[in-house]
Design a protein around this ligand. Sequence first.
Ligand SMILES: [Zn+2]
Length: 396
Amino acid sequence: MKASAFVYPWDVNGDPDAPGWIARLGVEQVTLAAAYHSTRALTPRHPRHRIVTAEHAAVLYPPDGRWAGRPLRPHPAGDWAPGDAWGEAAAAPAGAGLEVHTWVVLAHNSRLGAEHPDTSVVNAYGDRYPWAPCIAQPATRAYLTGLAAEAAVRPGARGTELESLGWYGLAQLHAHDKTAGVGLGDVGQYLMSLCFCPACRAGYGEEGLDADEPASAVRAALEPLWRGAILEPLWRGAARDGGWSGVEKLLGETRANATRAWRDRVARSLQQEAVAAVRAAAPDGFQVLLHADPVSYHCGANAGVDPAHILSVADGVVVPCTGGAGLLTPFAQQRRAGAVLAAHLTVVAGLGGRPAALAADAARARDLGATELRLYHAGLASDADLEAVREAPAGR
Ligand SMILES: [Zn+2]
């Protein structure tokens, strides 16, 4: 199977050996970050540095004139990726014969939330989530589609992987995270991720709900979870419907389905518009993939999608498969000819990955429909992790 390794520009720039250690992994492609959220990253092989701190969400290239006069705009990186860091980093692997694709993080941006508080998701209690832009708001959508087009189509890129192109919610590490005290499960995560900004209140109204009533209903629905209720019976249908029956039981079927209808509609149209914007800016044959979760009400970096819809819009999906490849099945069941179904496998042992089991995990993913592999993450991995990847049999 064709494989690609994720890297950041700071893994490559300033390290003349980088194209070599990447190519020795046996990959055909690198997926190189072009727009990325804040992070603190290890660079264990770099000749000059070990810890890179990306202080805010940034584009890793100089943004162009399209943003002039627009309040919502991407920021260039600071010294962690100065100038055209993406372009500089892309040249070396391309010279070594590797395809280079962009990696673009979209609706996850704490700096946007800090500078423009009105753009953030607001939960049922009125708490604002500055890391999560509300994708129902027109200005935010225009920003995201513009960013997708600019960051995806960098000179020399043959394709892109769009991450966080959908709803973000509670489930995301933020700052020094202290939110794990009560296990919320998929149901609690959904309820805590519902947005009550003015655009979303109006949206729930369009779906037939009283604009003020859902927030109090959501707070009431969450109360047993905060009190540690054992909700085992709610999960019995989880395997069949991704846990949705639990949301219906706690929130009531009508309210649950109205909120989901609004959110699905918003996410689908954003995904469609962003992919169209990328295609309009890209050369022929440019590949567009989404990091995706086949359960449309899920939030996060792997955006919840409708598998049939997304495979009619994008060229394929990248699906989290570390620890099990079952999320591929709803995409494989579409039997869409030519669709890319890439299995995302963490190969950094220190981040919960299984580099030594790569060949077995890849074979399992292929059995469930994977057509390609994504190896997360060549820059963050130890030498021992990379050695295990290299030793995984060819044809993995
Ligand atoms: Zn909203």
